[in-house]
Design a protein around this ligand. Structure first.
Ligand code: SAM
Ligand code: SF4
Length: 447
């Protein structure tokens, strides 16, 4: 039996790509192992959006190549994902024992690539590199489903790759290329296949889902795609990420009135509450425009919960700019956020602004303040849910407590409550007993 170990760093895109790697290599007889020591193929799927996840790659590779060096078996070690795309040949030169480097667009070609990197008659095949960007036609693997998704309640479905925006801090357009929308018919085939496998909740993923389909004559736009997915029998919930505030149109707002399957949660990255910083980031919306969009969305779906991403310490961010981010947190009442210190990335336009850089200790202090306020807002929101009943889609048994199962509300809140595994995949009413900062505890409501 051949075994593959895959370590994934980064966003939902990378998790989705890892699922496809498993599905495709499965066709050649590779089964998943969670023990790197027994793997025949070791792949690290990397993220370069900030410096920290990029660092993890190097320590991981140190371990993987040590195993390759010290075992008798032939082991193929590969780097995939955004760092692979960005560093390419440099990685192969730095790590002479590395067999294969391939970018995100080469995922559909993984079977050929691994085969090309395998030793022949005990002799290394030579290093293999593939950082070509794909055209649309080759991006078709709708029915190659992640074997690990089997039995799961929720699944990701990629609807587009790459990004046409040029946010000045962001490396994604360089590592994932220009935006390409997957044909919607292909997306719907994948959704149907997932539902047949038992999936109830579909999360559509892309870097800027709101611009889905706009470049392709005759293609559905994002709102039309939402309606089409909602029509698939068995799709109980639809989520999506990531939305760009500039591109979200009134047709998507309308979908919140029309589609009960669309969940009451949107992750809408704002990055900063200061118009001056937003301009320097080239985000092309203002604080006022962002808030007015949220008013529209809440008009369509009054119980809508908002979460967001923030970057603090962007070059030139003053104390006054940061205060505007803090006041925006309260104005919108985000119930959760991912927040990051600005991390300079290779070849991004923000590097030119670095002479205005915010000292690391100032950025750190801002991050601590923001995260502490976020915890207060989240806790208060979760405590306000106590005593109320919510429809919860059960995901499965809790990892920590026996006899406890967990699931999510439509607003994406994780709730743990006593119950039986047989409820997995079912939607049940649950009363919130206690709200914590990041989760809820409840009990099933029996009328
Ligand atoms: N496409 C999404 C959007 O437009 O919001 C974001 C994609 S990015 C993978 C996820 C988040 O990482 C961003 O929203 C941003 O907050 C953060 N991020 C991206 N580049 C960054 C950088 N150079 N430094 C710090 N955070 C960064
Ligand atoms: Fe990066 Fe901006 Fe594109 Fe998001 S929209 S992936 S932040 S360039």
């Amino acid at each position: 039996m051949k075994r593959v170990y895959i370590q994934t760093y980064g966003c939902q895109m990378n998790l989705y790509d890892t699922g496809k790697l498993r599905a495709l290599l499965g066709k050649d007889g590779y089964v998943r192992t969670d023990d790197m020591q027994e793997a025949d193929v070791i792949i690290v799927n990397t993220c370069s959006v900030r410096e920290k996840p990029e660092h993890k790659l190097h320590s991981f590779l140190g371990d993987a190549l040590k195993i390759k060096r010290t075992t008798q078996r032939d082991i193929t070690v590969a780097v995939a994902g955004c760092v692979a795309q960005q560093e390419g040949q440099k990685l192969l030169e730095r790590y002479r024992e590395l067999d294969l480097v391939f970018g995100p667009d080469a995922v559909p070609r993984v079977r050929e690539l691994v085969a090309a990197a395998l030793p022949v008659a005990g002799r290394p095949a030579g290093q293999v590199l593939d950082t070509e960007f794909l055209d649309l036609e080759t991006y078709a693997f709708a029915t190659d489903l992640d074997p690990d998704a089997d039995g799961k309640v929720g699944a990701f479905v990629t609807i587009q790759k790459g990004c046409d925006n040029k946010c000045t801090f962001c490396i994604v357009p360089a590592t994932r290329g220009l935006e390409v929308s997957r044909p919607s018919d292909q997306i719907l085939v994948e959704v149907r296949a997932l539902v047949d496998q038992g999936v109830r909740e579909i999360t559509l993923i892309g870097q800027n889902v709101n611009s889905y389909g706009l470049k392709v004559p005759g293609e559905r736009n994002f709102a039309a795609l939402l309606y089409a997915v909602a029509e698939v029998q068995g799709v109980e919930r639809i989520r999506y990420t990531t939305s760009h505030p500039r591109d979200m149109g009134q047709d998507v707002v309308q979908a919140y009135r029309d589609l009960p399957q669309l969940t009451s949660h949107i992750h809408l990255p704002v990055q900063s509450g200061s118009n001056r910083v937003l301009r320097r980031m080239k985000r092309f919306y203002t604080r006022e425009g962002y808030c007015s969009l949220i008013d529209d969305l809440r008009g369509a779906r009054p119980d809508l919960v908002l979460t967001t991403d923030f970057i603090v310490g962007f070059p030139g961010e003053t104390e006054a700019d940061f205060e505007e981010t803090m006041t925006l947190m309260d104005e919108v009442s985000f119930q959760g956020s991912f927040s990051f210190k600005f991390s300079p990335r290779p070849d991004t336009p923000a590097l030119r602004l670095l002479e205005d850089g915010v000292p690391p200790e100032v950025a750190q202090a801002r991050l601590v303040r923001l995260q502490s306020r976020q915890r207060e807002i989240s806790l208060a929101a979760h405590q306000a849910m106590e005593g109320r009943i919510f429809e919860v889609l059960v995901e499965g048994p809790s990892k920590h407590d026996e006899g406890v199962i967990c699931g999510r509300t439509s607003s994406f809140k994780m709730i743990n409550f006593p119950g039986d595994e047989s409820l997995q995949g079912k939607t049940v009413p649950v009363t919130v007993i206690r709200g914590f900062t990041n989760s809820l505890r409840g009990e099933m409501f029996v009328s």
